[in-house]
Design a protein around this ligand. Structure first.
Ligand SMILES: [Zn+2]
Ligand SMILES: [Zn+2]
Length: 212
């Protein structure tokens, strides 16, 4: 484990996150481990998109991961597949190698041994997670992706128009259904239902544009 590198990453993520917490430390350790497993220099350079990360939860852990590997939603190098787990898959887009890294099951207990001076369990996790050796802290599983990484990333800049709602669809996310180009919501795969009359829901009803 590279203690100096971990310290630098945690300094950056703490500034952004406004506190240091155990999950952030775990995320940072996971990211650094990915660098070892995939033999990549991490955090990757700002102009580099070779590493692509799929985090399995948002929150503190994801911040630790993002700073350790330098993958971001805005750079299209980080996705959240929300399983509610502090785990992540790190993909070398040049070789296609993918490694899922997940904290081992009994590290909360182990942290107490590595931080005997800690005043409470939270403090023990915060310190212990910085000290436990890589392979005692983290498990590494080589994985294959159900969707090829090229398709997950897709071609940026590509645009289509949904034939039902007329909204623009970026990055090859359109769906072909019955010979028509549709967006995901119009194809029936949506996280929301549109309300018929939304005026009472919004503070500035005049800004509604759905025809009501
Ligand atoms: Zn936190
Ligand atoms: Zn649509």
């Amino acid at each position: 484990m590279n203690e100096e590198k971990l310290k630098q990453i945690l300094e950056k993520s703490t500034k952004h996150h406004r506190h240091l917490c155990p999950r952030q430390v775990l995320g940072a350790r996971m990211g650094l481990m990915a660098g070892k497993v995939l033999a990549l220099e991490l955090p990757q350079a700002h102009d580099c998109k070779r590493l692509f990360t799929i985090a399995e939860t948002d929150g503190c852990g994801a911040d630790g991961i993002a700073y350790a590997v330098n993958c971001w939603i805005g750079r299209r190098t980080l996705r959240v597949e929300d399983y509610g787990k502090l785990a992540a898959t790190f993909i070398d887009t040049q070789t296609g190698t993918a490694a899922r890294i997940v904290p081992r099951l009994h590290i909360r207990q182990l942290a107490l041994e590595y931080a005997p001076e800690a005043g409470n369990k939270w403090q023990a996790m915060l310190l212990g997670y910085q000290r436990i050796p890589d392979l005692d802290l983290l498990a590494v599983q080589p994985v294959t992706l159900h969707t090829p990484i090229e398709q997950i990333i897709s071609r940026p800049g590509r645009k289509a128009i949904c034939e039902l709602c007329g909204e623009e669809i970026m990055n090859e996310r359109e769906i072909m259904r019955g010979g028509r180009i549709l967006c995901r919501p119009c194809s029936g795969d949506s996280y929301y239902d549109e309300k018929r009359d939304i005026r009472h829901l919004l503070k500035t009803p005049s800004l509604c544009y759905n025809g009501v």
